[in-house]
Write a protein that binds this ligand. Structure first.
Ligand code: SAH
Ligand code: SF4
Length: 339
């Protein structure tokens, strides 16, 4: 039995060829899957009943199950999805004020090997990579469940996308071609895997690269992110410059704000200096407390002060709005609770 979700047009054509049907049928099936969010083959009403019956003998739409679904007051929906092998990942749908924009936050791995000290996902260690189909299944599941079309995708769920780069790139190609989501509406977030950042530069990636920096100096970053021991901020800096030069694109710097640790005036000054020759926007993320450590979220005054200092250095700065705080929609949090 094949699952139609995740197949490219060419792969669907192979199925229709085997069933002796025309290539046009493949295009119809493809559009039902990616653009019209069909849950069942029987919904594909522009196919004859006879052909649908033949198709049902060899294929189903999807084999992913929604294990948990939580809807927040602000409209954020968080899913825990289960793959046939029993492994689960989180996927979040965020609606920003502009209702036309629906952003899916997808996972790229089950667990994560990078093991940042503030992150619930890292605590489980690395389980396995998701293949590209499992990545796009997350968006398809959202579309099927809500009947809405996702317009933006961010790789900010569980896992380190640049440690599963082939599957992430293939998924991005399919988001582009089959979902008709433009490259500029895709964002890949990384903890800073230097050789892979250089590889994306050489590929001239036109999607947005977001770097989880989270610290203004080596010592603090090392405390938060063990990856700093392997690729430190100096190496990162030159990889980012290389990336910006090659692609011409502005990057996004993500900076988690943790009370007393990296939210001081001194830290803001160091950060401004570090980023002074990097073409970037800054996204400040107030820390979202998870149960297993004693980091705290700074108060709103400190957050605004930090924002002001960074703006003063000439950068565009946003503070990540809390989405779905009432449903544990921060990275890794739902998964942790279900265990
Ligand atoms: N591994 C990649 C992508 C997934 S993490 C990366 O680290 O960039 C997505 C974002 O969620 C990261 O910026 C991460 O720092 C953030 N995050 C993780 N735990 C968090 C928490 N408890 N509160 C707020 N943000 C968190
Ligand atoms: Fe992995 Fe990102 Fe979590 Fe770090 S923040 S452990 S890189 S998922």
């Amino acid at each position: 039995m094949k699952t139609l979700s995740g197949l490219t047009l060419n792969e669907i054509e192979q199925i229709t060829d085997e069933l002796g049907a025309s290539k046009f049928r493949a295009r119809q099936i493809h559009n039902w899957i990616y653009l019209k969010s069909a849950k069942y083959i029987d919904e594909m009403t522009d196919l004859s009943i006879k052909f649908r019956d033949e198709l049902k003998k060899v294929a189903t739409v999807s084999d992913v199950k929604i294990k948990v679904k939580q809807v927040s007051k602000d409209g954020t929906i968080k899913y825990l999805l289960e793959f046939p092998d029993g492994e689960c990942v989180e996927t979040v749908l965020m609606r920003f004020d502009n209702r036309a924009n629906l952003t899916a936050c997808v996972s790229s791995q089950v667990g994560c090997a990078v093991n940042c000290s503030f992150c619930a996902t890292g605590k489980r260690g690395f389980i396995r990579n998701l293949n590209y189909k499992e990545i796009i299944e997350q968006v398809l599941t959202i579309q099927r469940d809500t009947g809405l079309k996702v317009t933006n995708v961010v790789f900010m769920g569980q896992g380190e996308p640049l440690l599963n780069l082939d599957n992430v790139l293939k998924a991005m190609e399919i988001f582009n071609e089959s979902f008709q989501i433009g490259a500029r509406r895709l964002t890949v977030s990384t903890s800073g895997i230097v050789p892979q950042i250089r590889k994306l530069a050489d590929l001239d990636m036109q999607s947005t690269l977001a770097l989880s920096l989270h610290a203004s100096n080596h010592e603090t970053r090392l405390k938060l992110m063990p990856i700093e021991a392997k690729y430190d901020m100096k190496e990162l800096h030159s990889a980012l410059k290389y990336y910006i030069d090659k692609t011409g694109r502005r990057i996004t710097i993500e900076y988690l704000l943790i009370k007393g640790l990296n939210d001081t005036v001194e830290a803001a000054k160091q950060l401004a200096h570090y980023l002074s020759d990097i073409k970037c926007n800054i996204n400040l993320i107030p820390y979202n407390p998870t149960e297993k450590n004693d980091y705290k979220r700074p108060d709103n005054n400190s957050i605004m002060k930090f924002k002001y200092l960074m703006e003063h250095s000439g950068k565009k700065v946003t503070v990540r709005l809390e989405r779905g705080a009432d449903i544990d929609a921060a990275c890794g949090q739902l998964r942790g609770k279900v265990d």
